[in-house]
Design a binder for this molecule. Structure first.
Ligand SMILES: Nc1ncnc2c1ncn2[C@@H]1O[C@H](COP(=O)(O)OP(=O)(O)OP(=O)(O)O)[C@@H](O)[C@H]1O
Length: 447
């Protein structure tokens, strides 16, 4: 576990990776290009000897972040400093030299090893490329002898046998192949390794062995890791600090205890809920996350999570309880989804006694809202839906119920009593609008 004093090993500021889709000539000609904002302004620090766990659902941008911070793919903006050296400004040759410090372990141990090369060639290649084997006058062995010996030593370091050097990748199991990938990364004696979902392609029984190996290697060689996973339960066992990513942004950072047992970002709570047997440390509400990550081509305004957030903040001018507002807001979003049409809000005809009642049941909107004005707007809207006037219903809900979560972008900031969380619920400016403020904002007297 690292002490966070002194300069960080890696310092990332405003990192961006935008991909351009439809790169063909015709698309450019017809203006059909679109930008995928996979990483959109990320600030992070990684300290020496530390494991930073990066989590988020598939498609949130984790690999794009990992790859662009080690320059495997060129970032489109921002800065990455490694021991003070700006990596984004290095030439190819300079970056190649830098790779003796920085390595990457890939998710898929089946695809990342060349099937035509022996293990000796695969691991030894890294030694050749970087000219790692220094000549030593006192050593009278040939270079190839020293190279073979070093490969065998590396294989033993990762729990394989020296005799495996002459075999081919297909002769190994998934776990063994990942060990080979790790040996290849270690060959250049790096200080920092991005481990990109290193165990998610492996059998559960093998996962723990690889995690233990990475842990042991970290201690032995004082390695620092960025450990990418979509599953918080994996990260929990290896990370000294956790960063949670959603749609190109980091929404929370903290040590595991803060993230698991304290107040968290609603997205983190949802990820924690998804763990089959939630951690005993975890005391949050069970949150069911609906839908999938929206497209990074046109991400939601304000807080990017607001379209799926069960704790989306009600507008200050109404007396809404949290769940009732979330239900009304979900109806609003469903209506706004032009493609979805009326079918997506109307319940099955057989169940529909009368349309407004059935829609309330379907979306969990109380039959009578607490706030009289809100109730009037919602019942008028439901009548409009019943008479097929969807456009007007859509406009009515949109103009009446706006959440600060869609208009203001939250920033990733620590408060007096909480670790960095990018959510308005942790912002004192919105404390009045939040039904049950997080502990960090609750008045002391209420405890
Ligand atoms: N080369 C590319 N060109 C265009 N879009 C891309 C490219 N690579 C990734 N993307 C898009 O960028 C977004 C982020 O992808 P990325 O692979 O970084 O996410 P991830 O969180 O690592 O997901 P996964 O765990 O599935 O790999 C996705 O919407 C993905 O479709």
């Amino acid at each position: 576990m690292s002490e966070h004093s002194g300069e960080p090993l890696l310092e990332i500021e405003g990192l961006e990776k935008y991909y351009t889709t439809n790169d063909g000539f015709l698309d450019r000609f017809l203006g059909g290009q679109e930008e995928v904002k996979a990483v959109d302004g990320v600030d992070l620090e990684i300290h020496e000897g530390e494991t930073l766990g990066l989590v988020g659902e598939s498609g949130c941008g984790k690999s794009s972040l990992g790859r662009s911070l080690v320059q495997l793919t060129e970032p489109t903006g921002g800065s990455v400093k490694y021991r003070g050296t700006e990596l984004t400004e290095l030439s190819r040759t300079e970056m190649r030299d830098m790779r003796t410090n920085i390595q990457y372990i890939f998710q898929n141990p089946f695809a990342s090893l060349n099937p035509r090369l022996t293990i000796n060639d695969i691991v030894g290649e890294a030694l050749d490329v970087h000219d790692i084997l220094e000549s030593d006058d006192a050593d009278d062995r040939s270079e190839s002898e020293r190279r073979n010996e070093r490969v065998e030593e590396l294989l033993e370091t990762v729990g394989l046998k020296a005799s495996h050097a002459n075999r081919y990748p297909h002769e190994f199991s998934g776990g063994q192949r990942q060990r080979i990938g790790i040996a290849r990364a270690l060959a250049v004696e790096p200080e920092f390794i991005v481990c990109d979902e290193p165990v998610s392609a492996l059998d559960v029984s093998v996962q723990a062995q690889i995690l233990n190996l990475l842990n042991d290697l970290q201690e032995e060689f004082n390695l620092s890791y960025l450990f990418i996973a979509h599953d918080l339960s994996v990260v929990e066992h290896v990370a000294d600090r956790i960063a949670v990513m959603y749609l190109g942004n980091i929404v929370e950072t903290g040590d595991p205890e803060e993230v698991f047992s304290g107040d968290s970002h609603p997205y983190t709570e949802a990820l924690l809920s998804a763990i089959p047997e939630p951690d005993p440390l975890w005391e949050g509400d069970r949150v069911i996350l609906e839908g999938t990550v929206p497209s990074p081509i046109d991400p939601p305004s304000g807080c990017r999570f607001h379209t799926r957030c069960p704790k989306v903040i009600p507008p200050a001018e109404f007396e809404f309880d949290q769940d009732a507002f979330h239900s009304v807001f979900t109806l609003r979003l469903r209506l706004a989804d032009a493609e979805a049409g009326l079918e997506s809000v109307l319940p099955e005809p057989s169940e529909a006694a009368d349309v407004p009642t059935a829609i309330r049941d379907e979306f969990g909107i109380p039959q009578q809202l607490q706030d009289a004005r809100a109730e009037e707007i919602v019942s008028d809207t439901l009548e409009e839906i019943a008479t097929d006037d969807v456009e007007s219903a859509r406009e009515r809900l949109e103009s009446a119920f706006t959440t600060p979560c869609e208009t203001d972008r939250p920033t990733l900031e620590a408060g007096e009593k909480h670790h960095p969380i990018a959510c308005h619920r942790f912002d004192a400016a919105y404390a009045d609008a939040v039904d049950e403020p997080p502990d960090a904002l609750a008045p002391e007297i209420d405890r």
